[in-house]
Ligand binder design. Structure first.
Ligand SMILES: *[C@@H]1O[C@H](CO)[C@@H](O)[C@H](O)[C@H]1NC(C)=O
Ligand SMILES: *[C@@H]1O[C@H](CO)[C@@H](O)[C@H](O)[C@H]1NC(C)=O
Ligand SMILES: *[C@@H]1O[C@H](CO)[C@@H](O)[C@H](O)[C@H]1NC(C)=O
Length: 152
């Protein structure tokens, strides 16, 4: 990703560059990603829900127009909680999506990017990564193991 794009994303997400998700329990592996898309949030919501339903390793939880909750069971039997929170951007055609994934158990602290892939695979599978204006922002502070991950 171009440095310029990162700077813009940082400004748009208002300080999230340095602030870790305060709700995340630091003893559990977690990942937080912010995406910006030039697509209305209702379409983003529909695409994510459709994709989660299509993937056997995810169990869809409560869905509202702004929050999608699900659980993911990985190959080794770990469970991760996955949330997507959508906010319309000031340019009303766009959507700001805040994705988070947290492992249920302490022993998955070094998760090789499992939590990153939980989020990334949904966005990729739904085709949203190809949407106009798509930008992904995260780093090692927000997303454990992002540098190690090789999502399948
Ligand atoms: C996700 O897992 C948690 C913890 O096991 C459970 O309390 C919750 O009901 C699950 N949610 C769904 C949608 O399965
Ligand atoms: C998802 O949201 C639920 C309800 O607010 C919360 O209990 C859970 O910890 C959240 N999970 C993540 C990964 O942020
Ligand atoms: C992470 O990757 C290493 C090396 O491939 C492997 O030994 C380890 O079991 C993996 N850990 C998890 C939690 O998948």
């Amino acid at each position: 990703m171009a440095a310029k794009t990162l700077v813009v994303a940082c400004i748009l997400v208002l300080g999230m560059c340095v602030v870790r998700n305060s709700q995340a329990d630091p003893t559990h592996a977690f990942c937080r990603i912010v995406w910006l898309l030039g697509v209305p949030c209702d379409q983003v919501n529909m695409a994510i829900v459709t994709q989660i339903k299509a993937m056997g390793s995810y169990k869809l939880g409560p869905v509202t127009p702004t929050v999608i909750q699900a659980n993911h069971t990985s190959a080794v039997g770990q469970i991760e909680s996955v949330n997507f929170t959508m906010t319309a951007t000031s340019m009303s055609l766009g959507c700001h999506v805040d994705g988070s994934s947290v492992s249920a158990f302490w022993f998955s602290l070094f998760d090789n990017g499992t939590n990153y892939c939980n989020l990334r695979n949904i966005m990729q599978g739904s085709g949203l990564t190809k949407a106009p204006g798509f930008v992904e922002f995260t780093n090692e502070w927000l997303c454990l193991g992002v540098g190690l991950s090789a999502c399948k």
